[in-house]
Design a protein around this ligand. Structure first.
Ligand code: SAM
Length: 268
């Protein structure tokens, strides 16, 4: 049946995504640097700084919705190697003097989580109760109770999900009222000349460099195609709204001419 085909295709996508990230787990920084020309580090810094994680006793009243007594509980979905989590904890500790805010890193891929745990050893959070790694599918977060999370983040993850709408609904369920959904993802370039250059780069150079540097052309080809297929800024904003979130302003911020974008939603 038509439905049967869909199910097989979906299972294949999940398997393919699993194989891609198992294959790139150890060359993960190289991959990100190639895909974004190294700019992903600046985007991640901006993403975290802008969310200003942590409970600062001086600023807490103005952040009334996100001011749990014991710091924030952040859920970093598709958090893989811990890139976002470490930045969140550093920011909460050093900028907001908050030693309580904690991050649960969830990822579907055990190889990526292993890479994250290895990296955590070099941080102050290796044995800290403030950092936890769990294997989970973003579309079904049964282990996370309703209304328990202050901030849900997903960086360069959601375009790999089979059912993005289901994942956004799960985000809505686990967030507390007033909690924030924040997504950093590759998006659509908003200038046609820049877009032509960018497409040449991504479709031409990235799979080739993937082959030469990581010995894995197919995974890099998949990653480029997954960016191309991802919804535009407005379409994605509308998906967030459809799940019930309130969307501040136009709903997103373009980074580097729309190569990436940050989308946000607040649970009413
Ligand atoms: N957030 C990290 C960062 O920005 O560096 C990792 C991003 S990496 C490009 C994408 C991650 O999404 C991979 O670790 C992959 O295993 C994870 N992923 C893919 N599908 C997933 C799903 N359905 N649920 C949870 N994680 C998923």
């Amino acid at each position: 049946t038509h439905f049967g085909f869909e199910t097989v295709a979906e299972a294949m996508k999940e398997q393919k995504v699993g194989a891609v990230f198992s294959s790139v787990a150890s060359s993960y920084d190289t991959m990100n640097d190639l895909m974004s020309l190294g700019i992903h580090r600046l985007w991640k810094d901006h993403f975290v700084r802008n969310l200003n994680p942590g409970r600062n006793p001086l600023t807490a009243p103005s952040q009334s919705s996100l001011s749990s007594e014991q710091g924030w509980h952040i859920l970093d979905i598709a958090g893989g190697t811990g890139d976002i989590a470490f930045r969140m904890l550093d920011h909460a500790s050093t900028i907001n003097n908050d030693a309580h805010t904690r991050v649960t890193v969830a990822d579907i891929n055990p190889h990526m989580l292993e890479e994250g745990k290895k990296r955590a050893i070099a941080t102050p959070y290796a044995r800290s109760p403030r950092l936890k790694f769990v294997e989970a599918n973003a579309e079904k977060l049964d282990m996370i109770p309703d209304s328990s999370i202050d901030l849900y983040t997903v960086a360069f993850g959601i375009r790999n999900f089979t059912h993005k709408d289901a994942a956004i609904r799960e985000a809505f369920r686990v967030l507390k009222p007033g909690g924030v959904f924040a997504c950093l993802e590759f998006s659509k370039v908003n200038n046609s000349i820049f877009d032509a250059v960018y497409k040449r780069w991504s479709f031409g150079a990235i799979p080739l460099i993937g082959q030469v540097v990581a010995g894995d052309r197919d995974s890099y080809q998949y990653l480029v195609e997954s960016i191309e297929k991802f919804p535009s800024q407005t379409e994605f904003r509308d998906m967030i709204k459809e799940a019930g979130f309130l969307v501040p302003g136009q709903g997103w911020e373009d980074l580097t001419g729309g190569i990436a974008a940050i989308h946000k939603g607040v649970k009413p």
